[in-house]
Every structure is written in C-alpha cells, then in structure tokens.
Design a protein around this ligand. Structure first.
Ligand SMILES: OC[C@H]1O[C@H](O[C@H]2O[C@H](CO)[C@@H](O)[C@H](O)[C@H]2O)[C@H](O)[C@@H](O)[C@@H]1O
Length: 608
C-alpha cells in the first residue's frame, strides 16, 4: 500500500517528476513527460503496479530526509542497528531522461535491498526484461525502454528484479535508470557524480536569484523550486500537479488528473514567479499561452496539454484500485470541455502584470488579446462552470463575473498606458461600458444585504471562498464594507478547524459530486491575505503559521488538508497551494505585496 501523501518527496528535471517515499520507494514516475503513462504507479495501487525501492533490509530502520538546500536533490538517511546509509536521489537537468540513486555508507555496515518492478501503462504492461551487451538491465514494452545501470549484482525474481548488497562506511554504489524510445539505441551512459555536481549547481544558480526577504525564506524558496519543477521546460507549460487521482477525500470519487496546464493555475504560478524575480519562466509561459489559445477565440479552452494539446478525454483506469481504494483512477480531464469565465480575467491580468514588470509584449500578443476580448464581450453574461469546475450545470458565479470585469479592466488600463496601441477609441469606450455594466450587475445581484456578504452565485445564499479574491484583483477596495462583510461571513461559515473550505459541500452547495472533501489550501492563504490587508496582522500570522505547519518535512503541500484526519489529501505537490503560499508570505512581508500590486489603483475599481 502507498504511504501517506505527506510521506512523499518530489524530484524532477523540468520534463517529468518522480515521487519517492520515505521508505525509499519510487512509487510514481511518468516518462518521457509529466502526462505520459506511468511506469511506476504503486502510488495508485500496489507494489505490483510498479515501484523501485532501495532501502535497508532491516524493517526497523528509521529514515530522515531533506533536500540539499536550494536544490531538488533529495537525501534520505536511513539509520539501522548496524550503521547509517544515505540514498541521494536526483534527475539530471542537463541531458537526457534519467533518475539517479546514489547509495553511500555513512557509518558501520548496512545490508540493503533493491526491488525493481517496471509496469508501463499505469501499472498494466509487464516489460520484456533482458541484458544488453554491457550487461545493463533493459526493460522494453512497445514504444518505451528503460535501462538500469549499476555494478551491484541483480537477479530476477518472478516478474521483478532484486538485489541484496552491503554498504560499508565510506563506500558507495550508484543506480542510474534511463529512459529512451525503444526503437532507438540505448540511452548513452552518464557519470552519476558529475551529473550530481552539475544538477546541484544548476538548481543553486536558479535558487540564488530568488528575491525573498520574508521571515520564512527557506519555505518560500522550497515552494518556488517546487513550482519550477512543475514547468515543462521544452514548451514553458506549467502543470497543476505531477500526479493524477490522489483523492480529495480518502475513499471518495473526487480523483482527477492534474498533469495538464490550467490557464488559471498557471497564471497564478506566473504571478508568483514574477514577484519572486523570475522573469524568464514568465516569458516562456506567456509565449506558451499565446500559442495555446491561438486560433478561434470561441474555441479557447480552460486547460491544455503540456504542448497546448486540446483533446484530453477523461477515462477511468479500472485495473488500478486507487490510492487507499479511492476509485476511480482517472486520466484526462473532462473539465477541459468546460466554460469558465474567470480564465479570461486570469489571462489579461497575467499579461498586464507581465507588461508592468518589464516583459516586452509583441504584435501577436496584442492581436490575440483583442480577439479574446471581442469574444468575451459576447459571452460574459452567460452562466459558467466557475473556478471550482462544478459538474452539475452552469451558474452565474460571482467570482467568474468579477474576473470578466478584470479582463476588461486590465485591457483598459493597458491601452490607456500605451496610447491605445492596437485598439480604436470606440473599442476602448465600449470596454469601459462593459466594465461598468459588470460591476453594477455583480454589486446588485451578487451581494446579499441580509448576509452582508457577496454570495457564490446570483440569487444564491451560499458562500464561496473564491469571493476572498475580490479585493485582491481590485474589484472593490479592501476596506469596502461589503468586502469586509464577505471576509467575516466566509470566516464564520466556511472555517473548519482553522482552515477555510472552498464551499460547503456537506450542507449547502452541490457540485455534482458526493459531499465531503478536505480544506482546499489556497483558500486559507487567501483568507490570510485579506487579514493582512485589513491590518489584522496577528490573526494573519497565526493563520500562516497554521498553514506552514501543514507542509511536510521537506516543505511540500498537496491540494487539500483534512484537518480532522490531520493529513494531506489531493494531488501532490500542487502548484495552486504553493503559489498561494508564496503570495501570502510576500504579502505579509512587503509593504506592497502581490495582492496590493494586483489590485492596482483603486480608481480602476469604480463603476465607470
Ligand atoms: O472539484 C471538481 C473539479 O476538481 C478539479 O479542479 C480543481 O483543480 C483544478 C486544477 O488545480 C483547479 O483549477 C480547479 O479550480 C479545482 O476545482 C478537477 O480538475 C476537475 O476536473 C473537477 O471537475
């Protein structure tokens, strides 16, 4: 059975990522890219669905782990009755597709065991295993090939490969697993220690550029590295998480594939990276975005594949029992067919903020933007599936309308600043009118005077944590009584054990799925952002400390936290959660944090 979600750590190379358990087992790895079929899928099944474990044979051994500071190089130190051993795991970032595991004796002498079970196609396809001319182990199925290179003796046991070896103090063994297409020659061998040096240097150089300045810079840096690890370097696309179907409720059906690029999540990620000083990634993502949405504006999607792919049909893998029996396991995501208005606001805000931070625009960007806005003028008043991607029909979600307002607002501010570059005066005047109309409508239909709060959707009396973003995006000033009332109401109705739910699936809101899930972590960070901007800094700090305590021992967060069971749930590690963490720490520590910058001049918030 898989470990608790927080017992995993991530190593990655900007093309894929592996989840490695505290017990030394690689239980999740998709090669050659994040969204490829997993070759190790024990995370969603049993060890027979593919895993690669290297650990002491002694079942009583204890493990302590850490990342080498400023890197994605993971060190797990196992302590046994006979000695200590360190396993260093990393994926070289410079060349090819490899996962390297270095085993070093630190003291005494430790008996080790390696178990290697490859199952392609998410745990279903047993490979043909043989030796190449250099005696390397080679595992082939269809288009895929893995080559395992090591000097320790290997033997086949059933449909797995096993090794028992001893590590003495001062001695070491290496294991290099490389991926290649099966029709090509075996991937060339690499030198593990040289790759360790190069990989460490690359990550250190990247981390060194971080502009933090918070009381929590270590955890901030870890979150930024995690976000960087979720960027698919060849295209600049950013995945929401490297996993599929880690459940939002243990044993439940809220199991989704996050190995795709949501415009919303990616935009949040981009803003966080820019705020921490990383403009190259922002540029790469902006270019990815413009390629992905290029084409007919009415065909724009809310999520895409790593390269901008649009066909991502959702299917269930019935041979996998799921994480702690949480079925079904899904790949693909039906949300890709949804209509979500907020995405337009996210895009325009990201482009606007990028421009503000000195990222030069280009003609294509301007033209794609104009076409999207023309489309939004026609559709903003339609109901949609909203930020939470409900599966029981469209509504007039307040957050969606606010973000439609953001799209027009940012476009107007951009064209005001750049002398109407590309847009005619009449067009900009029309945008002003639409912006004012949306503002008026949201304030009339989206606010409930009895609750003294904005509500989830027009005519509803339910609350929603996405309303916490209204002031951040500049729709109303933070000290507007309606905003303050909304923050209070969300705190009163959606807080459970100190964490904020996105909405109340138990008693109020339906979303087309059985009730019950953990607290969606970004919502608690958004709540803290409101407290910061309202000057309630002691409460904000308490919330931040509570949230940071949820991070696992190596600083990683899943999508949600179950405060009753005291465990992380949902896909892991989740960009949305880490982005929210970065923003909140910067908001707390900087006079003008990301939320203040995003809100911009409050003049723009008015209904004109
Ligand atoms: O709750 C149902 C939906 O859950 C997933 O969406 C969530 O994750 C997305 C990626 O991080 C995020 O953008 C969205 O706001 C979240 O609600 C799932 O991907 C959907 O298919 C599902 O309908």
């Amino acid at each position: 059975m898989a470990l608790r979600i927080e017992d995993y750590a991530l190593v990655g190379d900007g093309r894929s990522a592996a989840l490695i358990g505290r017990d030394g087992s690689v239980d999740w790895l998709c090669w050659p890219r994040f969204d490829a079929p997993a070759c190790f899928a024990a995370l969603l099944g049993t060890s027979q669905h593919g895993h690669w474990r290297i650990a002491p044979g002694d079942p009583q051994s204890r493990a302590v782990r850490r990342y080498r500071p400023g890197t994605l190089v993971l060190e797990t130190t196992h302590e046994t009755a006979t000695g200590r051993v360190r396993v260093t795991d990393y994926m070289p970032v410079n060349d090819g597709l490899h996962l390297i595991r270095l085993v070093e004796g630190l003291s005494g002498s430790v008996a080790m065991r390696m178990d290697f079970v490859v199952r392609y196609d998410y745990g279903s396809a047993v490979p043909w295993v043989s030796r190449n001319e250099h005696d390397d182990l080679r595992a082939i199925v269809g288009p895929h090939k893995l080559v395992l290179r090591t000097r320790v003796p290997l033997r086949g046991v059933g449909r797995s490969t096993v090794s028992e070896f001893t590590v003495d103090e001062g001695r070491s063994h290496s294991f290099v697993l490389s991926y290649g297409p099966s029709h090509e020659d075996d991937p060339a061998p690499i030198e593990p220690r040289r790759e360790l040096r190069r990989t460490t240097e690359t990550w250190l150089a990247w981390s060194g550029r971080c502009q933090g300045g918070t009381p929590w810079d270590e955890i901030l840096g870890r979150s930024l590295l995690t976000l960087k690890a979720l960027i698919y370097t060849p295209t600049g696309g950013i995945v929401a998480a490297p996993t599929t179907s880690l459940p939002e409720q243990i044993g439940g059906v809220r199991n989704w594939d996050y190995r795709y690029c949501w415009l919303r999540d990616s935009t949040f990620t981009l803003l966080a990276l820019m705020d921490a000083g990383y403009l190259d990634e922002a540029r790469a993502w902006r270019d990815w975005l413009l390629r992905a949405v290029a084409g007919s504006p009415e065909q724009a999607h809310i999520l895409y594949g790593l390269g901008g792919e649009r066909l991502l049909p959702e299917i269930e893998l019935d041979w996998l029992p799921g994480y702690e029996n949480s079925r079904p396991v899904r790949i693909g995501n039906a949300a890709s067919q949804q209509f979500q208005l907020d995405v337009y606001g996210e895009i325009f805000d990201a482009l606007f903020q990028a421009q503000e931070r000195g990222l030069e625009g280009d003609e294509t960007g301007v033209r794609v933007g104009l076409a999207l806005l023309e489309h939004l003028e026609k559709v903003w008043h339609e109901p949609d599936e909203g930020i939470w991607e409900v599966r029981d029909g469209r509504r007039h979600f307040v957050h969606s309308k606010v973000m439609a307002w953001v799209a027009f607002d940012r476009a107007i501010r951009y064209y005001d600043k750049h002398s109407r570059n590309g847009a005619r005066d009449a067009t900009v005047s029309r945008w002003r009118a639409v912006r004012a109309e949306i503002h008026r409508e949201v304030c009339e239909k989206g606010f409930d005077p009895d609750l003294n709060s904005f509500v989830q959707a027009y005519g509803s009396r339910h609350l929603d944590a996405s309303l916490l973003l209204m002031a951040h995006v500049g729709f109303l000033p933070q000290d507007d009584p309606r905003v303050i009332g909304t923050v209070e109401a969300v705190g009163r109705h959606l807080m459970r054990d100190g964490f904020i739910l996105r909405y109340d699936t138990e008693h109020q809101t339906t979303d087309g799925l059985p009730a019950g899930e953990g607290a969606f972590l970004p919502c608690s960070f958004w709540y803290a952002d409101n407290l910061i901007r309202l000057g309630r800094c002691a409460e904000a700090r308490a919330m931040i400390e509570r949230l940071l305590a949820v991070c696992n021992d190596v600083g990683l967060l899943a999508e949600e936290y179950d405060p009753v069971a005291g465990r992380q749930v949902g896909n892991f590690p989740q960009a949305f959660s880490h982005v929210a963490l970065v923003n909140t720490l910067l908001n707390f520590s900087r006079a003008t944090g990301p939320a203040m910058e995003r809100a911009g001049s409050q003049d723009a918030a008015g209904p004109s």
